[in-house]
Write a protein that binds this ligand. Structure first.
Ligand SMILES: [Zn+2]
Length: 252
């Protein structure tokens, strides 16, 4: 076929369809994209976290731990061994720790949806000395089940937020800081601690920064919070350390 004839056939077979459209008209307009927050994984919700019980507070001592040398008296260095298996303090005839601590830590888990890691709950006197032989620690309330050290997994670097959560728990008797009574603060604060504690009638909260309060039970790289019970609301009595409670008041 000749060129001109081919062109003629092409034109004959060619069909066109007009497009009717107004200027600026658009079909299928996309709405601006909105990011949707990811639904939490099952393990991220509070309901899947193990409920804190007294068993989380058991002494972390083990006879398998190597002996440590206490050099607080350089003249007479002393080798300390860790404790062997034993139970929790006996309170009102039951093996347990102060219930406010259990309740508070469950509250923290509920509010944050994150797991509370207890690094130090009850410490028997043997483990207490083993973990931190310094003199001030001899009267630690860990020995009577009235103190707990912990951090929150996933919020390790935000301990102040955890203190905020604990404050929500005490709406009726708010926690405050003792700026007014500097003397009291000095009493509550250990020498190496830079953050002023929060207190109310019932508890004291201390915040230990990364480099502070590193005893045998807190050999992790995170800041941690310590809660001490000052007042037992069930017994309506002050909670204080005494030798007999610490040394004889737990199940052997
Ligand atoms: Zn122990």
């Amino acid at each position: 076929m000749e060129q001109s004839e081919r062109e003629k056939t092409r034109r004959q077979n060619c069909h066109g369809e007009p497009i009717y459209r107004n200027q600026g008209e658009q079909f299928f307009v996309l709405s601006p994209l909105q990011p949707t927050p990811r639904a939490p994984y099952p393990w991220e919700s509070e309901t899947h976290l193990p409920k804190i019980t007294k068993d989380f507070f058991r002494c972390k001592g083990s006879p398998l731990n190597p002996g440590v040398v206490d050099v607080s008296d350089p003249e007479h260095p002393l080798t300390l061994s860790d404790c062997s298996k034993h139970g929790l303090p006996i309170l009102r005839g039951k093996e347990t720790v102060y219930p406010i601590l259990i309740d508070l830590l469950n509250f923290v888990q509920k509010k944050t949806g994150k797991r509370v890691i207890i690094t130090c709950g009850h410490r028997c006197p043997v483990h207490n000395t083993y973990a931190d032989p310094c003199k001030e620690n001899r009267v630690s309330k860990h020995q009577i089940g009235a103190e707990v050290d912990f951090y929150v997994q996933g919020m390790e670097e935000r301990p102040q937020e955890i203190v905020g959560v604990i404050m929500q728990y005490f709406q009726e008797s708010p926690l405050y800081r003792k700026d007014r009574e500097a003397q009291e603060f000095r009493r509550l604060r250990t020498s190496e601690q830079s953050t002023e504690p929060w207190v109310n009638r019932e508890i004291v909260i201390k915040l230990f920064q990364k480099e502070e309060g590193r005893d045998g039970d807190n050999r992790h790289p995170h800041p941690y919070i310590s809660i001490q019970v000052q007042y037992d609301r069930d017994e309506r009595a002050k909670v204080t350390y005494n030798w007999a409670k610490a040394h004889q008041g737990y199940a052997k």
